[in-house]
Ligand binder design. Structure first.
Ligand SMILES: Nc1ncnc2c1ncn2[C@@H]1O[C@H](COP(=O)(O)OP(=O)(O)OP(=O)(O)O)[C@@H](O)[C@H]1O
Length: 211
């Protein structure tokens, strides 16, 4: 899987583009970093790639997944996973049901779906947590559960909007490695928005500065 941004920019209605065009190829399993000053349009760029751009903006350029343009596709058809600063889980569902919610529709049958979730919980270091209330998880456990829910949807690419910034230093390293390792294993291209150059160093992929 690959993610290509080709001369991508975003223009508010009647205004100048938010940033100079971005061209960036993210290879399978690679983590590319997007940095830039506050308000330049980093989150809006991720919205555009994921198919959630507000009608207040016009997208210029192209986004390709595995070489095919996804610009004309609705968000659901793009199959791009998103993770934000807050690792959100549905509070009214158990941890396991939260993961099951993410599970790709191709996994059929109650037993197979349950088994897929149990395996994901195991990979997240959350074996035995199926019935737990999300409110009882630590920040790190919640972040790992949220990542697994995203991965269970079998995304073609992963967009991360400062997902580590609320975590304290020790946990930040753990979760960051956890996310990057899983992206590598599953060969998913990742685009990471961050203000923190240590995230870019850990990512190891290309760095693009929006201007
Ligand atoms: N729905 C919207 N309608 C109009 N303008 C918007 C909308 N959403 C964001 N903006 C504006 O677009 C610009 C880019 O915002 P965005 O949140 O993408 O920046 P950012 O680089 O992610 O900032 P930060 O680093 O502070 O999170 C800002 O000037 C913002 O005020």
């Amino acid at each position: 899987m690959t993610l290509d941004l080709i001369s991508l920019s975003i223009r508010p209605q009647g205004g100048a583009p938010l940033f100079a065009p971005v061209s960036l190829c993210v290879a399978a399993g690679e983590v590319a970093t997007v940095m830039g000053p506050s308000g330049i349009g980093k989150s809006t760029l991720l919205d555009a790639i994921g198919g959630h751009l507000s009608p207040a903006f016009t997208l210029l350029g192209d986004v390709r997944l595995n070489g095919r343009s996804v610009i004309g596709l609705p968000a659901e058809a793009r199959r791009i996973g998103l993770m934000f600063q807050e690792a959100l889980l549905f509070p009214h569902l158990s941890v396991g049901d939260n993961l099951a919610f993410g599970l790709a529709a191709e996994v059929k049958g109650k037993a197979a779906r349950r088994a897929a979730v149990e395996q994901a919980l195991l990979r997240a270091g959350l074996a035995g947590f199926y019935a737990r209330d999300p409110a009882t998880l630590s920040g790190g456990q919640r972040a790992r559960a949220a990542l697994m829910r995203t991965l269970l949807a079998k995304p073609q690419a992963l967009l991360l909007d400062e997902p580590f910034s609320r975590l304290d230093a020790g946990l930040r390293d753990d979760i960051r490695n956890f996310v990057f390792d899983h992206a590598r294993q599953e060969q998913i291209p990742v685009l990471l928005v961050t203000h923190d150059s240590s995230d870019a160093d850990a990512a190891g992929g290309p760095v693009f500065n929006l201007r």
